[in-house]
Design a protein around this ligand. Structure first.
Ligand code: PLP
Length: 297
């Protein structure tokens, strides 16, 4: 089904939605034109995976949300406990086992002017049912990618609503027959359009340092913690496309994709050891499944 057909159908109206302080129907017109998110992309967001009716790694998401808010001088206007409770209530209301929660905070509703308005910030949220089968394929069979210049600003650790470079790079990759694009800045791999990326050489895992040039992914954080506890050497160091092309394993990680191998870049095979049963990737995938099981109890 195309996106247009989806929009014309009823699918986008399903699920739970919250805006302007109350639960609403997902299709309701409740956001005024003069919302800073709408006018400027002036806000931040989070995406949390729900499995078995419970949010996964919610503490990490909440922490990052607070960091993003602080970084753009955005007032929360509610406690983090209150926000967490809202997320839990929305999930319960949806009744979904398998879903994703999206919430965003904009700088509020005010006449369009660049300077910050003195108004409350505006939180909106949705809970959508998720069909994980698409991603299951990527986890098993891997992804074919291209790479592109990372033209984003230098505050990529902020989970900002401004995703235009990511959207443009993703679509360009799809148009060329790839599934996603790897960003390269000043000759070094940063991340992908909506995931972090790591390579394995010998027994060592390399991923870009969690600085201002990449999003500090929740899944990345889970991975590094698990790997270090398991005694695997992890280096948060920059690497080049050449390193990537020669690596034993290449994989991406995000809330939605979880952990998936990258098996081709611009048509050339990469990460030849990725599929072996004792690969770092396979170990991570099974550690993640254990985390999910623990989360369900
Ligand atoms: C640019 C970018 N990097 C990395 C990630 C992975 O972050 P997380 O693991 O928190 O989902 C995302 C997720 O959307 C992203 O958009």
């Amino acid at each position: 089904m195309s996106n247009i057909e989806r929009m014309n159908g009823s699918e986008w109206q399903e699920g739970v939605a919250y805006a302007r302080g109350r639960f609403v129907e997902p299709g309701d017109a409740v956001i005024p034109i003069e919302d800073r998110a709408h006018q400027f992309g002036d806000g931040i967001y989070e995406v949390i995976r729900v499995i078995g009716g419970r949010p996964l790694l919610i503490d990490y998401h909440m922490e990052r949300f607070e960091i993003s808010a602080k970084a753009i001088k955005l007032r929360l206007d509610r406690s983090m406990d209150n926000l967490r409770q809202l997320v839990l209530d929305a999930i319960a209301r949806s009744g979904y086992d398998d879903a994703q929660v999206y919430f965003q905070l904009s700088r509020g509703l005010a006449r369009r002017e660049h300077s910050f308005p003195d108004v409350p910030s505006h939180l909106s949220l949705t809970v959508r049912r998720m069909d994980d089968s698409v991603f299951e394929g990527a986890r098993k069979h891997g992804l074919s990618m291209t790479w592109t210049e990372d033209v984003r600003w230098k505050y990529c650790y902020i989970k900002s609503l401004n995703l235009l470079p990511n959207v443009m790079a993703k679509q360009a990759a799809l148009d060329e027959g790839y599934q996603d694009a790897i960003f390269v800045r000043d000759g070094f791999v940063t991340e992908c359009t909506s995931s972090n990326i790591a390579i394995v050489k010998g027994q060592t895992v390399y991923t870009h340092p969690a600085n201002e040039r990449v999003l500090h992914g929740v899944t990345r954080r889970f991975a590094l913690k698990y790997l270090r506890e398991a005694g695997v050497e992890v280096r948060e160091e920059m690497f080049t496309m050449e390193d990537l092309m020669q690596a034993d394993e290449v994989f991406t990680m995000s809330t939605i994709i979880e952990f998936a191998p990258v098996i081709k870049v611009n048509g050339t095979d990469v990460g030849v050891k990725t599929t072996s049963s004792d690969s770092v990737l396979r170990r991570l995938q099974s550690a993640y499944q254990s985390q999910i099981k623990r989360n369900e109890h």
